[in-house]
Design a protein around this ligand. Structure first.
Ligand SMILES: NC(=O)c1ccc[n+]([C@@H]2O[C@H](COP(=O)([O-])OP(=O)(O)OC[C@H]3O[C@@H](n4cnc5c(N)ncnc54)[C@H](O)[C@@H]3O)[C@@H](O)[C@H]2O)c1
Length: 157
């Protein structure tokens, strides 16, 4: 496993290597001490990896939930993020808890935006599963959603 520390104003680590799906919970514990983790993923990625990643977070002591939304850019909108807020509220997620993006750039952008705005900002971890997400959208902290007037017009760092 390789660790790359990104020295931005608020530094963060990137891990590259094998078996990271099984170590995601343990590695997240280095940056978050919360009780709950919500894994947000899409309908294509969920059947491939969600249970395995959830097991990792459960082993690390998180009360773990999975939320699945329909795959595709057409889901990258405020209506979908509102369903995330509803689940976070229903499950009692506090400022110390964790959001986990498991998927491509659409998942990462929406989960990051939800993390930036839920309770005015909570921790979040990206587990990028597409090449684009691994080399671009999960790096640098840009998050957001599309609105009818254009792509990525609403977002946060
Ligand atoms: N935040 C940023 O800096 C940044 C940078 C570049 C792009 N983006 C955004 O990223 C999005 C595009 O990213 P994307 O191409 O990953 O889109 P995506 O998340 O829609 O993924 C593309 C497709 O691949 C599927 N998929 C993902 N991982 C898979 C896997 N391991 N196995 C099988 N299928 C898998 C998804 O379900 C989806 O159908 C755009 O919305 C774009 O605006 C953001």
């Amino acid at each position: 496993m390789i660790k790359i520390t990104v020295n931005t104003a608020r530094p963060y680590d990137i891990f590259v290597g094998g078996s990271l799906l099984d170590r995601a919970g343990e590695l997240s514990r280095n940056v978050n001490r919360g009780q709950k983790a919500l894994i947000i993923t899409d309908s294509n990625v969920a059947p491939l990896y969600a249970d395995r990643v959830a097991k990792s977070f459960k082993s690390a002591g998180y009360n773990t939930e999975i939320l699945v939304f329909p795959a595709g850019e057409q889901s990258k909108k405020l209506d979908t993020v509102s369903t995330f807020y509803a689940r976070l509220a229903k499950s009692g997620f506090t400022r110390g808890d964790l959001l986990v993006a498991l998927g491509g750039g659409v998942t990462g952008d929406m989960t990051g935006f939800a993390a930036a705005t839920w309770l005015r900002g909570v921790d979040f971890v990206q587990i990028p599963t597409s090449l684009l997400a691994q080399v671009d959208s999960s790096v640098g902290g840009k998050t957001g959603v599309d609105i009818p007037e254009g792509k990525n017009l609403v977002g946060a760092f």
